[in-house]
Design a binder for this molecule. Structure first.
Ligand code: KIV
Length: 333
């Protein structure tokens, strides 16, 4: 949940092709089929989503959805729903660990979550988020840490919050074979510096700086850009320059892809940014489930018990219990 102060429109993508065999990229609109609970496994004819498939989607003008994900079970459902990109964001610090901001996401923890998400969604492009101070202190350490997301976390791409000064690091990562998603615009890891989560690029100076950041990242070889919480004119200027897919997060509807925090859309957070308002009443579902369980436990209405002894085992069990009682009684006189 990155609540920014500026309202940004939440326009639905215009194209709404549901994922189909051989083409997992689709915006999976409300109109597309909801996967059935009797789903029997991944369709072997659907190819895994790769950086190349996103580039193709970009060229073909097909907008793609991305969502945050932090666990294998949710990942499985998001893959079944046809979401082609899952971001294991440092928002895990807020959504999973309960911290007030994203600064508290340990590296080892995020690597583990990334691997879990990939296990749950093996055909989805999994984007790992490099946490605070895992790449800012030392370039060699940053490259090794990014490598861990790929080798231990099975990430397909690695995201860094950057400005133009990170260009040398992005070049070195790219040279090492690490596909970098350059996160520009509002950078939550800088929230303490700017007094909280806020939109970026609202003055001409700042807007120019963000466009310059984008250019530097493109020159450095970034595989994708992620632009957060910028006015649409700034995003459009970036889009004009970019030959790689641009994913927006509150950056307006013009981007090739859109990402938001799943817990916001589920309605599980207390506050959402204006570009990620709930699409489901998750809090009501959870509250209803918990109330129902509480009342069933209280009244002992748990349904038929699923485990039973076979008749001969039950007889033998009773015989042995009786024997144990008898020998205890004779021992105590
Ligand atoms: O960590 C995260 O979830 C993010 C997105 C909201 C862009 O960086």
């Amino acid at each position: 949940m990155h609540p920014v102060s500026r309202p940004i429109s939440n326009t639905e993508p215009k194209s709404s092709s549901a994922p189909s065999a051989g083409n997992p990229i689709g915006t999976s609109s409300e109109a597309s089929a909801v996967p059935q609970a009797n789903w029997t496994g991944p369709d072997p004819t659907i190819a895994p989503v790769t950086v190349r498939s996103l580039q193709r989607a970009m060229r073909e003008g097909k907008r793609f959805a991305a969502l945050t994900c932090y666990d294998a079970t949710t990942a499985r459902w998001l893959e079944r729903a046809g979401v082609p990109v899952l971001l294991v964001g440092d928002t895990a610090a807020e959504m999973i660990l309960g911290f007030p901001n994203t600064l508290h996401a340990p590296l080892d923890f995020l690597v583990l979550l990334t691997a879990a998400v990939k296990r749950g969604a093996p055909r989805t492009l999994v984007m790992a988020d490099m946490p605070f101070l895992s790449y800012q202190c030392d370039e060699a350490e940053g490259i090794r840490n990014a490598g861990r997301f790929m080798t231990e976390g099975f990430a397909d791409v690695v995201k860094l919050e950057v400005d133009a000064s990170f260009a040398p690091l992005v070049t070195k990562m790219t040279r090492a074979g690490i596909p970098v998603v350059a996160h520009i615009g509002s950078r939550p890891q800088h929230a303490k510096q700017v007094g909280g989560y806020a939109a970026a690029g609202k003055t001409a100076d700042e807007a120019m700086r963000i466009v310059h950041d984008a250019e530097a990242m493109l020159d450095a070889g970034a595989t994708m850009l992620l632009v957060e919480a910028t006015p649409v004119e700034v995003t459009e200027e970036i889009m004009r320059r970019s030959k790689v897919p641009v994913i927006g997060c509150g950056a307006g509807p013009v981007c090739h892809g859109q990402v938001v925090v799943t817990h916001d859309l589920l309605g599980l957070t207390d506050r959402q940014p204006p570009f990620a308002l709930p699409l489901a009443n998750g809090s009501e579902v959870v509250m209803h489930m918990a109330e129902t369980w509480k009342s069933r436990v209280r009244t002992g209405t748990l349904g038929e018990h699923p485990y039973a002894l076979r008749d001969e085992e039950r007889n033998e069990f009773r015989r042995r219990i009786a024997e144990a009682h008898a020998s205890r009684d004779s021992a105590t006189g």
